[in-house]
Design a binder for this molecule. Structure first.
Ligand code: ATP
Length: 234
């Protein structure tokens, strides 16, 4: 469904991704795990069109994404829930959700999609008039996910949704990702939280210093000696 082939990405003269290739299959939960600074956020930003790769290609359903601007990438159904939520803090939950549905197709279905988001997140319905800056961390994460859903994703990319959340909320956010996947949305999840994500995913890739070093099913990577030592502390 999504095919990233040999991308090389730079910030100015600084290269941060080297020949990164991976694919995400239709309807699966794919995880990209790696430590701080491994290049996970950069990979998602490159897929979203926020950064252009110097080399390599990105294809989604057979269409080249790597030369498209971010709004057109979203229009193809490739939606990014960024790290640290990036909500409009002064605006209400509902206003933030509306901001997620500005593309023509999403705009047409806005009312119906908002009902679906409120069904998934009853808490968001209760808080729909509240400024998002006053929500708890977990609620802000739900709102950010809800805003992404408003864009009608075929694939939803989550950038470290567990960041800064308590263990119970982390569990809840991963359950939400699974639910969204069950509703037919392919999930690409980027995480430092290796143990929990390898348990819940179909497949995973390990990114180290801007390079893909391992790939496999979540289970096979849990059993991999390097993963055990470097990420699981066993
Ligand atoms: P984190 O979990 O800390 O976000 P990450 O795996 O997502 O880590 P990236 O944020 O993609 O890693 O960063 C990869 C490398 O690129 C790091 O060395 C980082 O310092 C560098 N980097 C990220 N953003 C920029 C930028 N805007 N300008 C220069 N270097 C950057």
């Amino acid at each position: 469904m999504l095919k990233v082939s040999g991308i090389e990405v730079f910030y100015g003269d600084l290269q941060v991704l080297w020949d990164v290739s991976f694919e995400v299959r239709d309807k699966e939960i794919l995880v990209l795990v790696g430590a701080n600074g491994a290049g996970k956020s950069t990979t998602l930003k490159t897929i979203s069109g926020l950064i252009k790769p110097r080399k390599g290609t990105i294809e989604f359903d057979g269409i080249r994404l790597d030369q498209l601007p971010p709004d057109q990438v979203i229009g193809k159904g490739v939606v990014h829930v960024p790290e640290a939520r990036r909500l409009f803090r002064e605006m209400s939950v509902e206003e933030n959700l509306i901001m997620g549905s500005l593309a023509p197709e999403a705009r047409k279905k806005r009312t119906q999609t908002m009902e679906w988001v409120y069904e998934l997140f009853p808490r968001m319905k209760e808080r729909r008039k509240q400024a998002t800056g006053t929500l708890s961390g977990g609620e802000q994460q739900m709102c950010a996910i809800g805003r992404g859903l408003m864009a009608l994703p075929k694939i939803m990319m989550f950038d470290e949704p567990s960041l800064g959340l308590s263990p119970i909320l982390v569990q809840e956010v991963f359950e939400i990702a699974k639910r969204i996947n069950k509703e037919g949305v392919t999930v690409l999840l980027v995480e430092q939280n290796v143990r929990q994500t390898l348990t819940m995913c179909d497949r995973a890739y390990v990114l180290e210093n801007g390079r893909v070093v391992l790939e496999g099913t979540g289970k096979s990577l849990m059993d991999n000696p390097h993963v055990k030592e470097a990420y699981l502390g066993i």
